[in-house]
Write a protein that binds this ligand. Structure first.
Ligand code: XBP
Ligand code: MG
Length: 255
């Protein structure tokens, strides 16, 4: 049980703020493969496997090593992968700008509640920074970027999740200790990263992550909940809460 108010909430992005993977990133990867004349098709099932590799460029490399080793002979392979990935990012950003990917239940509500309670909010994500800024602007409006005290994304750290680097970087730039903060994640990999950084973590699952191992999470939920649609508790203690709000977060206990 926390003996004082939390100072900040650190949000993951993909799968947490929005369900971006199946109908967002996956389609953007396939559109980029098409632009590059590649007959690669990341279907829903295969993409679920590939999601174990965090980072789009790393995911492409893993796919090549595992399923398309013939392409590893391409000259200047790192540059080629980077070009392919930036084409994918263009497609993903276009998808976001068409308003096709809404925020998940409770996300807007909780962000506004945290702001009213003067609790800092931050982003700690593996995804490309442009994806984050576009998601926030396309769902919460242009000003929303200024609401976040820190936005930590993509290649700014040497090791991606499940390494703790991105969360440690965010805590450093918040000038806060992990004990004063809570992380909100969607995946086993993200949970491992947050726990390794010393953060108590709330998990909200999605179709790709619901069967993963969330050992160590303070609580595992269907989503953050709305007054009209309470969350479902999948594991851990939510006491009498039926949505994630400031009161619930102030009483989150370490596992
Ligand atoms: C999820 C990821 C990212 C996205 C794709 O990040 O691992 O790689 O799948 O985005 P998180 P990029 O859950 O930490 O938000 O292609 O830009 O990497
Ligand atoms: Mg995620």
């Amino acid at each position: 049980m926390r003996n004082n108010k939390i100072s900040a909430v650190l949000f993951d992005v993909d799968g947490t703020l929005a369900d971006t993977e199946r109908d967002g990133h996956r389609l953007a990867f396939n559109a980029a493969f098409n632009d590059f004349g590649l007959n690669w098709d990341w279907n829903i099932a295969l993409y679920g496997e590939l999601l174990n590799i965090t980072g789009g460029k790393e995911r492409i490399r893993y796919y090549m090593e595992t399923y398309a080793p013939d392409k590893l002979k391409i000259n200047e392979l790192d540059d080629w992968v980077a070009d392919l990935h930036s084409t994918k990012t263009k497609h993903f950003v276009a998808l976001l700008n068409r308003g096709l990917i809404p925020l998940r239940p409770g996300v807007t509500r909780l962000i506004q509640e945290l702001r009213s309670a003067k609790i800092k909010i931050a982003i700690a994500t593996t995804t490309t920074p442009e994806n984050v800024t576009t998601l926030l602007k396309s769902t919460l409006g242009e000003d929303s970027l200024s609401w976040f005290n820190v936005i930590a994304a993509g290649d700014i750290v040497p090791k991606k999740k499940p390494a703790p680097d991105i969360y440690l970087w965010t805590l450093k730039h918040l000038d806060l200790q992990a004990q004063q903060c809570i992380a909100i994640e969607d995946s086993e990999c993200g949970l491992k990263s947050a726990l390794a950084a010393g953060l108590d973590t709330v998990v909200t699952v999605n179709s790709y992550t619901e069967k993963q191992d969330f050992t160590g999470a303070s609580v595992v939920l269907s989503d953050l909940g709305e007054p009209s649609k309470p969350f479902t508790v999948l594991s851990g203690i939510a006491n009498s809460n039926n949505l994630v709000d400031v009161k619930m977060l102030n009483n989150i206990s370490p596992q």
